[in-house]
Design a protein around this ligand. Structure first.
Ligand code: BDR
Ligand code: CA
Length: 309
């Protein structure tokens, strides 16, 4: 049976590619996309989500959520994702309208109708999920799992210690991690190793469909940036997270205590992961420690290849 999922995201180049993978998988039933401000402002992430689903030919509800973090000003990432959020790619203007409900009410609606089976895949700052939990406390029993792209057991990318999604809205992350709902955190310690290399892109370019075109055009310009910081390729953060929900054997995880730094002078948004159990605090999060890159890239290629034109 297909897993019913909601993808909460801030497209974003890698969010867009993650959505393409989810639409193509026979294991997932994407009930809705909910959008949040993050990589670019909400107006753009929302419009991008509509454009991406239409480009892929996937008819899905797109519901708009928070335009800023719970307690802070928004920080965006145009330096990676470009002014529009989709790098240098221009997609057609959408013809469909946004869903008439906001992200929070849509998540609640789907959680209720999926009768406890809904899996949320969160690929942006966790603002929408936190607001939903605050607005609908009874939703906890209705959600099967939340898989989060965010945080790290090691270093960060927004600051030396903080990953972008958690850095943007640390208070929201704290609420989600301590919600009591089963949460898996797939952080940079893992997604930085889920990289694509030029040889992979060369192969993908031979598929000659819409999505392979998008993947090649959007990722090619990023190689320079990552070469400069000595990465072996371009990390596919959000696609790796979607892949880990499609194929549960891609990740190795451990149930650990994770606290989110909300006050530190230099450490805002750091996910403090108690790998050795030194705090004696009860574990709260399944933390991804390793990804099988070969298996991930093979699945990635298989799903991209599925698009016919
Ligand atoms: C995360 O930040 C965003 O820029 C990406 O879309 C991804 O979700 C990686 O830190
Ligand atoms: Ca994202």
């Amino acid at each position: 049976m297909k897993k019913p999922v909601i993808i909460d995201c801030d497209p974003g180049i890698d969010d867009a590619i993650a959505l393409f993978l989810a639409f193509a998988s026979e294991n997932l039933d994407v009930k809705a996309i909910t959008t949040v401000a993050g990589n670019v402002i909400l107006e753009k992430t929302s419009k991008n989500a509509l454009k991406i689903s239409e480009y892929a030919g996937y008819n899905v509800k797109v519901a708009r959520g928070a335009s800023k973090p719970l307690m802070r000003e928004l920080i965006t990432a145009e330096f990676i994702h470009g002014e529009s959020g989709l790098g240098s790619i221009t997609l057609l203007e959408p013809v469909r309208a946004f869903y008439h409900k906001n992200a929070y009410d849509t998540i609640y609606e789907e959680a209720t109708s999926c009768e406890g089976k809904l899996h949320i895949i969160a690929l942006g700052p966790l603002t929408n999920i936190a607001i939903t939990l605050l607005k609908y406390p009874d939703i906890k029993e209705k959600i099967n799992h939340i898989t989060v792209m965010g945080g790290s057991t090691e270093l960060g990318n927004s600051t030396p210690v903080a990953e972008f999604n958690i850095y943007v809205d640390p208070e929201a992350a704290k609420i989600v991690f301590n919600s009591g709902i089963p949460v898996t955190m797939v952080g940079l310690n893992v997604t930085n190793t889920a990289y694509i290399i030029t040889e992979d892109l060369e192969e993908i370019s031979t598929y000659k469909n819409k999505v392979s075109d998008f993947v090649v055009k959007s990722l090619s310009p990023l190689f320079k940036f990552f070469e400069k910081i000595d990465f072996p390729g371009v990390p596919l953060h959000d696609p790796a997270v979607v892949a880990s929900v499609i194929d549960e054997n891609i990740l190795e995880t451990k149930f650990l205590r994770v606290d989110v730094e909300t006050k530190g002078e230099f450490t805002r948004g750091k996910t403090v992961v108690d790998v050795y159990g030194v705090t004696n605090k009860a574990p709260n999060v399944n933390v991804a420690l390793k990804i099988n890159r070969e298996r991930f890239i093979a699945l990635f290629k298989e799903l991209v290849k599925r698009y016919e034109i």
